[in-house]
Structure formats: structure tokens, C-alpha cells
Design a protein around this ligand. Structure first.
Ligand code: ADP
Length: 262
């Protein structure tokens, strides 16, 4: 299946006074329908910059970003803004819910902005929120629900307009462990079921157990890609890949080596 989201040799150089920083350096990635990818790496490795480029919020200094075969840079400013609104769903670290709109209104706001709000869309919002365990909170204001519930509203808002690409920037940063796992698991399930291309930036390696591929960045470049289930589980939970005592191994099997997180 052709990728939904593709970058070809993308780079970004920030220039401040006489100083320049190559924040993203020659990054080429492809994300297929129904694929969920984590971007990980130390602080300053370029994750946020790359995510902003994927979202069309930041123009790359070089290279091409395409969504559904359309190169973002080939669109004029107005068309690009509309394309972005229709094709991309985004959740931020802070959930950015509108405080004076209800849970349901926060989600349907995306449809109103796109000019596609109708009964079908409203029902889809109700169904999605119910699916996310918020069916009995539709008329609550954000401050009347918990942080985990707010983050789930933000996920519904990112998916409601049926975008091709869903991007998440540290979606679990403000959550306790149990809620964080629930949020990412639900996010992964919806990306898989609805065949979106999902990319999540996270510094919490435990969260990568729900993704299909991990892209590790260092100094703006792709340092390593993990795409086997075994390697990803090892990264998410090093206890999962402790060498197995020889006497419990099946004949012929070998203990798994754990990829180091850095
Ligand atoms: P990460 O998300 O992995 O922490 P960032 O994308 O935020 O990494 O930053 C990558 C590099 O680019 C860092 O060296 C950072 O200091 C630099 N950087 C980020 N934003 C700017 C900016 N607006 N101006 C100048 N340098 C920046």
C-alpha cells in the first residue's frame, strides 16, 4: 500500500544571529495507512521540529513532505492551510481544549472549522467519545473532567474529521502511568482500525509498546529504526528481554538481545 505520509531528505536549519543549528538533517520516512510510529531520542535531537514539519506548521529548509501524494510545498499558503486542516489531526502536550466549550463541542469544533459540521458528524463525535469512555461526559466542561479524560477528548478532536495523518506531541506528558498507557493504547487502536498514519513524539519509552515502528533520532538524524515486535518490546520494557536462563530455553532458541535505549 502506498504511504500516506512521506518525507524525502527533509532538513531544517535554524539561524539565530551568526549561529545556525541543523535541527533536522536529511530525514526520509514513510508511514503507511494503519501504521503507528514513535519518534524518540534525547532532548534536542530534532523530534519536535520534525513533527512540526510533518504537520506543515514549519517549512523545511530542504526536502519534501507529502501527504496522500501531495507535496505540501507545492501548495500556496491558503490551500496549504485548508489541506492541513482537512488531512491532519494533531494532539499537543497540553491538550488545548477550549475551556468554555463542552466536551462534545470541543470535538465538533474541528468540523465547524472545516465547514463539514452536520448531523452525521455530530453522531460520529458522540460515538467516538463514547468509544473513548466519555459517553456520559459529553456536556461537561474540560475543567469538570480529569486530565486523562481531557487528553482523550483531545484524541477524539484529532480524529473526528477523518484526517489521513494523526500527529501527537508527548500526549502522555501530563498523565499518570495507568492513564498514559490507556490513552496511547486507545490512540493506537483507532489508528490501526481507521487506517490513519500516526506519528507520536514521546520521551517515555514505555509507551512505544503500542507502536509498529520506532524511529530513534540523534542530532537531527535518524539513528536507528526498530520495527520488529521483539525489539520494540525490549525498548519499552527492558525486563522483557533479560537473557533467559539456558535451562528454560527451547532447544535451538536464543535469548533476545535488548537494543540499548541510547
Ligand atoms: P527535541 O524535540 O528532540 O527536543 P527540537 O526539535 O526541539 O528537539 O530541537 C532540535 C534542535 O534545534 C536543538 O538543538 C534546539 O536547541 C534547536 N532549536 C529548536 N527550535 C529552535 C528555534 N526556534 N531556534 C533555534 N534553534 C532551535
Amino acid at each position: 500500500m502506498p504511504p500516506i505520509l512521506e518525507t524525502h531528505t527533509v532538513s531544517k536549519v535554524y539561524r539565530n544571529g551568526g549561529q545556525s543549528t541543523r535541527a533536522v538533517d536529511d530525514v526520509s520516512i514513510q508511514v503507511a495507512p494503519g501504521e503507528f510510529v514513535a519518534l524518540v531520542g534525547p532532548s534536542g535531537s530534532g523530534k519536535t521540529t520534525l513533527l512540526a514539519i510533518l504537520a506543515g506548521l514549519l517549512a523545511p529548509s530542504g526536502g519534501v513532505v507529502s501527504i496522500d501524494g501531495q507535496a505540501l510545498s507545492r501548495l500556496g499558503e491558503g490551500k496549504r492551510a485548508r489541506f492541513r486542516r482537512e488531512k491532519i489531526g494533531f494532539t499537543f502536550q497540553a491538550n488545548n481544549l477550549v475551556p468554555y466549550l463542552t466536551v462534545l463541542e470541543n470535538v465538533t469544533l474541528m468540523l465547524r472549522l472545516n465547514g463539514t459540521y452536520d448531523r452525521v458528524g455530530q453522531q460520529r463525535a458522540r460515538d467516538l467519545l463514547t468509544r473513548l469512555g466519555l459517553g456520559d461526559r459529553l456536556d461537561y466542561l474540560p475543567r469538570q473532567i480529569s486530565g486523562g479524560q481531557q487528553q482523550r477528548v483531545a484524541i477524539a478532536r484529532a480524529l473526528i474529521h477523518l484526517p489521513s495523518v494523526v500527529l501527537a506531541d508527548e500526549p502522555t506528558a501530563s498523565l499518570d502511568t495507568e492513564r498514559a498507557f490507556q490513552v496511547v493504547e486507545t490512540f493506537a487502536t483507532l489508528i490501526h482500525e481507521q487506517k490513519r498514519a500516526g506519528v507520536m513524539v514521546t520521551h517515555d519509552l514505555r509507551m512505544v509498546k503500542y507502536v509498529d515502528r520506532v524511529i530513534q533520532m540523534l542530532d537531527g538524524r535518524i539513528e536507528r529504526i526498530l520495527d520488529s515486535h521483539a525489539d520494540i518490546s525490549c525498548l519499552a520494557d527492558p525486563a522483557d528481554c533479560r537473557p533467559v536462563p539456558l535451562d528454560v530455553l527451547d532447544p535451538g532458541s536464543t535469548p533476545r538481545a535488548c537494543p540499548s535505549p541510547d
